[in-house]
Design a binder for this molecule. Structure first.
Ligand code: 3HC
Length: 306
């Protein structure tokens, strides 16, 4: 069974120096969590372009400030974490890291080029882990030239607060590499769950069709945005209703995930794009990031339904 957890035979991941590739919405959080965990001597934070490197750095600083302000992180630990993190646009700096965690945009051609380059630059022992939410781990592993040292580590947004990480293995992942990945997730203070290389893994396979169903209720005019969200918050104990969450994740991300699945699995009836999602995408209303989606947004603050 591809998802049977292995018995742990190692005491630690042994990841001393790690690289974080991509510092966007997910990547900056992963880099921050790895840095503040205090388990790595060095974190190389890499972006290809200086402006993305700077915005990732800013996001980390803002989040760290918030955690310090709330007493969840000491100033000393925050300074230590930043002191151990090197921000660079030079891919060669990743040459001798023990682990690369990749969180670049979900474009298979871009990932193909990236993993081909990383496969050539990094030492043979470096393990690669992708934070992809919608692409096949096996397909990316093939580009890397090291499919036995490749796995998925799928974090959730906001990475700094969400406790779980899905660890994905393929048929080629070396069992020791998988153990190291699971151990690392623990070391950085998260809880791991194991899943095979299947569309959406565990969480998104359940969550994203639920988001689409909530939008279908809107299309059919069966219920309002507000009532759907109140129903799921109070009826199921979810921290955010599904339409609030879709805005929070980004309607473009939801759209991208489902359209990729539709193309790959055309017979799966769970995978479809509701008309209201399509209309929002066409109007450029992507949720929190554009200030409008199913709700109005002012920065991080959600307003009334549209
Ligand atoms: N760094 C530091 N602090 C942060 C933060 C961050 N990145 N994000 C939020 N905070 C802070 C907030 O600013 C707030 O601080 P305040 O109390 O000073 O205002 C505090 O954390 C708590 O935030 P909230 O007041 O919004 O309180 P909540 O109790 O609602 O918690 C939440 C926020 C954890 C986001 C909660 O609403 C939640 O769990 N929502 C569901 C999130 C979810 O389902 N995520 C998964 C999305 S799917 C995904 O990521 C997969 C991908 O592949 C699509």
């Amino acid at each position: 069974n591809s998802t049977t957890p292995t018995t742990t035979t190692i005491d630690s991941s042994g990841f001393d120096k790690i690289g974080c590739v991509g510092l966007g919405l997910m990547g900056h959080g992963i880099c921050q969590v790895a840095a503040t965990s205090g388990v790595h001597s060095k974190i190389i934070a890499f972006e290809q372009e200086q402006r993305f490197l700077d915005s990732g750095n800013d996001r980390i600083l803002k989040s760290i400030d918030k955690l310090v302000e709330k007493g969840k992180l000491t100033l000393d630990d925050a300074n230590d974490a930043m002191g151990r993190t090197e921000f660079t646009t030079d891919m060669d700096a990743l040459r001798d890291v023990d682990l690369v965690v990749e969180a670049v945009i979900e474009n298979i051609d871009l990932k193909k080029d990236l993993y081909t380059s990383l496969g050539e630059i990094c030492k043979p022992e470096t393990i690669f882990a992708s934070n992809t939410s919608s692409l096949s781990i096996g397909e990316m592993a093939a580009f890397s030239g090291r499919p036995d040292r490749f796995l998925g580590v799928h974090f959730f947004n906001p990475v700094q607060l969400m406790k779980v990480v899905e660890v994905i293995k393929t048929d080629d992942t070396d069992p020791i590499v998988l153990e190291k990945g699971l151990k690392w997730v623990e070391e950085i203070g998260k809880v791991s769950v194991l899943c095979g290389d299947t569309p959406g893994f565990i969480v998104n396979r359940i969550l994203v069709p639920m988001l689409m169903q909530s939008m279908s209720l809107i299309d059919r005019k069966d219920a309002s945005v507000k009532d759907i969200d109140v129903a799921m918050k109070l009826g199921c104990g979810h921290p955010m209703g599904p339409l609030h969450l879709a805005d929070y994740i980004g309607l473009d991300t939801c759209y991208f995930i489902v359209s990729g699945w539709m193309e790959k699995y055309p017979d799966e009836s769970d995978f479809f794009i509701p008309a209201c999602l399509q209309a929002n995408i066409e109007a450029g209303n992507l949720g929190r990031k554009t200030g409008k989606g199913f709700y109005h947004w002012e920065g991080e603050k959600r307003g009334d339904p549209v």
